[in-house]
Design a protein around this ligand. Structure first.
Ligand code: HEC
Ligand code: HEC
Ligand code: HEC
Ligand code: HEC
Ligand code: HEC
Ligand code: HEC
Ligand code: HEC
Ligand code: HEC
Ligand code: HEC
Ligand code: HEC
Length: 588
């Protein structure tokens, strides 16, 4: 059977749109099944609702029992149909129309009783309106408005204006002004996160630098912007004028309180050799690629405390003149070195000790570190008598007193005596006194003291470890010890923390101390050593390191920030703080 099905849809403006489909099949099935020749998509229609067959007597419609199909208004079950008949199947009307050429049956289908009507009726019956329950929309809006006003404006303002700060440990419960909070406070500030007024000192006024400085009183600038060469460059001048919170943003959790992007620094430092040659700084960029070799600050002249920065590449100029003589190699010999109780093997921490928690080593002290092996014995006949370390003049006086005492009382032998060895005498027994000592004991004592001062004392005792300059001495001495400068911060422009590296590396991987024969050697690691582990800020196979991993921004030498602030800003903050028992923090 060749079938033509036309679906009619009435538009709102009265027009009709048609969509036709051609089929060929044994029979014409009507139903919700997609296999049906006439597809009737409606929940009230069965999958197979009715079928029209061609039989010898013409077309017959066969209907499932109780399907309620009507032909021209009458219920049908197995009924003949013909041209012009209207078959009602559920909400659809199916009309048999004029046959076009070559077709056995032509059908028009129209949805005449759409589902929407019933649904709309049902929905209308179940509507619940606010008015029916005594609530008008307007009244609700007012209630909401006042609730917002009270909870989010009046209560916080009243609280804020009447608030007297109490020590942080006493604050309990909910503070109404925290409803204004605009995001989580950074971890370092979380301890004040419920005391908004420590930062927001005045309501509806931006956070002022004074509020920050009331705690961070010692924060310094990056440089002295008053220097003419710096003030002449707008970018540099502007940096000094920026407010704290333009760099340190709050309420972003931990993300923005710290300024960690390399870009921030490299914008200036990438080409500072051209923009500011006076600064005598090398261009610096990302640590893995564009960072200059370290230039430790070494003592150029210890006598007048002159320092210079020398690159670790510049081996010829890399000399430390600390005023001290000290051969590492001698003390680190594998077979050990002579100590008071025989040979002992020293390792680095025999002399360099780290206080727990400290970043770098305790300073070396002669008394604490060296003296047990290098006692200041000035007369080999009395090894138990030692000099105090430090002041040469005091030592000289002590020596004179020592010999005067012996000159008068006896007790040790005289060098000019024919018997050179120690005098043997029992305790309490007076030693025999020589002829010279008897006639002029003090003259003898002076001679002895001068001998020590000129020879062993200067050259071989103090001079063992110190550089000595002759002709500069005071009192009876014609020499003086060159002031010693034991450098503790070799890289003052950068930061290095020994305790963060101990577990990973041996001392010798960074310091060639084992083989160093002279105190003038500079035993610091080159940048290449650090680069084995430290990469740029985005490094993935190394420790990601951005500039502030190793550098400070607020630099110690620069002027303090906040000078010239609005009057009253800082004292107010400080007063609030002292009432709060808050710590005053800063770099010092
Ligand atoms: C450590 C200091 C600090 C504390 C504590 C702090 N804030 Fe802030 N807050 C800031 C800074 C900085 C800004 C940045 C905007 C500015 O300069 O005012 C800011 C901005 C805001 C803003 C956005 C409005 C604006 O001025 O941009 C709101 C709202 C706010 N804070 C509410 C609070 C509330 C509420 C608390 C207490 C729960 C609080 N803050 C505690 C430092 C702080
Ligand atoms: C009530 C005192 C107080 C106030 C006000 C305060 N801070 Fe702090 N701030 C601290 C303390 C305490 C620390 C933690 C110090 C530490 O860990 O060494 C800190 C840490 C910091 C740090 C270091 C963060 C880090 O990653 O180590 C920055 C930056 C900072 N504050 C900036 C500010 C700024 C900007 C303001 C003003 C909006 C401000 N602070 C207001 C007390 C305060
Ligand atoms: C031009 C940007 C900038 C401005 C403005 C600025 N800082 Fe900083 N600050 C930094 C950078 C960069 C660091 C180093 C990285 C870090 O810890 O955030 C830093 C570090 C800090 C630190 C922690 C480490 C340290 O050196 O003590 C504190 C505290 C701090 N700043 C407080 C302040 C205060 C208070 C102000 C305002 C008076 C301020 N800063 C203004 C950029 C800035
Ligand atoms: C606006 C430009 C500018 C920015 C941004 C800047 N610097 Fe500087 N920096 C300078 C200038 C200029 C000097 C030299 C100051 C002088 O000679 O007194 C300097 C000096 C230094 C020094 C040498 C300090 C000294 O004691 O001699 C170091 C290290 C340094 N900056 C590191 C940094 C780091 C790390 C950052 C990023 C957190 C940074 N700088 C951001 C301009 C900048
Ligand atoms: C007997 C004591 C002693 C021992 C042991 C010792 N040092 Fe030293 N070290 C010193 C003294 C003293 C100085 C300072 C003198 C100077 O300026 O060279 C010094 C300085 C240094 C310095 C400063 C940089 C330099 O160039 O002077 C480094 C680094 C150093 N020692 C590393 C080591 C290491 C690593 C070891 C172990 C392998 C070690 N030291 C063992 C006494 C010692
Ligand atoms: C464990 C004992 C011991 C300690 C601790 C020690 N030394 Fe020595 N030091 C010696 C001995 C032993 C010698 C002689 C080695 C040799 O000649 O073979 C020596 C030699 C020296 C020399 C070379 C003297 C010369 O005649 O060339 C100097 C300088 C020196 N020590 C300085 C120091 C300083 C400074 C300290 C402390 C930081 C120190 N020593 C700690 C045992 C020690
Ligand atoms: C065994 C080595 C040794 C001998 C011997 C020695 N010193 Fe020292 N001296 C040191 C060391 C190491 C320092 C630096 C550490 C310290 O200050 O204790 C120092 C520091 C000094 C200082 C302080 C330097 C300054 O500028 O602060 C003076 C002064 C001094 N010695 C004088 C003397 C005199 C005088 C003698 C002779 C009586 C002497 N020393 C003998 C090792 C020695
Ligand atoms: C892993 C540690 C580390 C990192 C990361 C690092 N530096 Fe350095 N930087 C140092 C050390 C150490 C020095 C030597 C300090 C000295 O000479 O006193 C130094 C020196 C400098 C100097 C002085 C250069 C000279 O000799 O004139 C500047 C400027 C500088 N760094 C800027 C930066 C900048 C900008 C970044 C980020 C792009 C950065 N540094 C990253 C450790 C680091
Ligand atoms: C990752 C490399 C590294 C390792 C490992 C290392 N150091 Fe250092 N050390 C340095 C650097 C970098 C400096 C310069 C830091 C500064 O003075 O600013 C330094 C400085 C020193 C100084 C001179 C400054 C001071 O604090 O007196 C001594 C001494 C020293 N180191 C001893 C040691 C000893 C001992 C060990 C082993 C226990 C060791 N170092 C391990 C890198 C290292
Ligand atoms: C064997 C690998 C290794 C070498 C070599 C090394 N570092 Fe590190 N460094 C680390 C690791 C790992 C950390 C810890 C990183 C962390 O805690 O996030 C670190 C941390 C640091 C820190 C931060 C310390 C802190 O308190 O957070 C500085 C600064 C630093 N290194 C500087 C240097 C310098 C300068 C050198 C070269 C003299 C160097 N490092 C060599 C592995 C290394």
């Amino acid at each position: 059977m060749e079938i033509l099905v036309t679906y009619l849809t009435r538009r709102q403006n009265g027009g009709v749109s048609r969509r036709s489909e051609e089929r060929s099949a044994e029979a014409v099935h009507f139903g919700r099944s997609t296999n049906a020749e006439v597809y009737l998509p409606d929940p009230r229609i069965r999958f197979e609702h009715a079928v029209i067959h061609q039989r010898p007597g013409g077309l017959f419609i066969e209907v499932e029992k109780l399907s309620g199909v009507r032909v021209n208004g009458r219920l049908a079950q197995n009924t003949p149909v013909g041209l012009g008949d209207v078959i009602s199947i559920g909400p659809f009307d199916v009309t048999l129309v004029e046959l076009p050429d070559g077709k056995d049956i032509a059908i028009e289908v129209e949805l005449v009783r759409p589902l929407g009507d019933d649904y709309a009726q049902l929905a209308a019956r179940s509507t619940v309106r606010l008015v029916d329950h005594g609530l008008s929309r307007r009244r609700l809006a007012w209630i909401g408005f006042f609730a917002v006003l009270v909870f989010f404006l009046i209560m916080p303002i009243v609280f804020f204006s009447q608030y007297t700060p109490v020590p942080a440990k006493d604050t309990v419960g909910f503070r109404p002004d925290t409803v204004w909070d605009s995001g989580p406070i950074s971890a370092p500030h979380r301890f004040i996160s419920d005391q908004c007024n420590l930062c927001h000192q005045k309501p509806f006024v931006q956070v002022m630098d004074g509020a920050c400085l009331s705690c961070h009183a010692n924060t310094t600038h990056h440089f002295d912007a008053a220097k003419p060469e710096i003030a002449g460059i707008p970018d540099f001048r502007n940096l000094a004028a920026r407010k704290c919170n333009s760099c340190h943003q709050e309420h972003n959790g931990n993300q923005a309180i710290s300024v960690s992007q390399e870009r921030f620094c490299t914008d200036c430092h990438g080409d500072i050799e051209t923009t500011l040659p006076q600064a005598a700084l090398k261009n610096a960029g990302s640590f893995d690629k564009d960072h200059p070799e370290f230039r430790p600050t070494v003592v150029a002249n210890s006598a007048n405390r002159e320092f210079k920065r020398v690159s670790l590449d510049d081996t010829a100029a890399l000399v430390e003149r600390s005023g001290l003589k000290f051969p590492h190699e001698l003390h680190l010999k594998k077979e050990g070195v002579r100590g008071p109780k025989g040979k002992e093997t020293l390792d680095c921490n025999g002399c360099h000790q780290l206080t727990k928690g400290a970043a770098n080593f305790d300073p070396i002290g002669m008394e604490a570190t060296c003296e047990r092996c290098h006692q200041l014995v000035f007369d080999p006949r009395r090894p138990d008598r030692t000099l105090p370390h430090g002041q040469a003049n005091n030592a000289q006086m002590l020596i004179r007193e020592f010999y005067s005492d012996y000159g008068l009382r006896g007790g040790i032998n005289d060098v000019q005596d024919p018997a050179p060895a120690f005098e043997r005498h029992r305790p309490g027994e007076q030693a025999p006194v020589t002829a010279q000592r008897q006639t002029n004991p003090l003259e003898w004592a002076d001679q002895q003291a001068q001998r020590v001062a000129d020879q062993s004392f200067g050259k071989t005792m103090c001079g063992n470890c110190h550089e000595v300059s002759y002709g500069k001495g005071k009192g009876p001495l014609n020499w003086a010890v060159v002031p010693a400068t034991v450098t503790r911060d070799w890289l003052p422009l950068g930061r290095f923390d020994h305790s963060a590296h101990f577990d990973m590396l041996k001392c010798s991987e960074c310091h060639a101390a084992q083989s160093s024969k002279k105190a003038t050697d500079v035993l610091l690691p080159k940048i290449a050593v650090c680069k084995d582990c430290h990469g740029g800020e985005k490094a993935s196979n190394k420790v990601p390191s951005t500039c502030i991993t190793c550098h400070d921004f607020h630099l110690p030498g620069a002027p303090k920030m906040g000078a010239g602030m609005p009057a009253g800003n800082t004292p107010e903050g400080e007063a609030a703080l002292s009432r709060n028992n808050m710590p005053i923090v800063g770099r010092n």
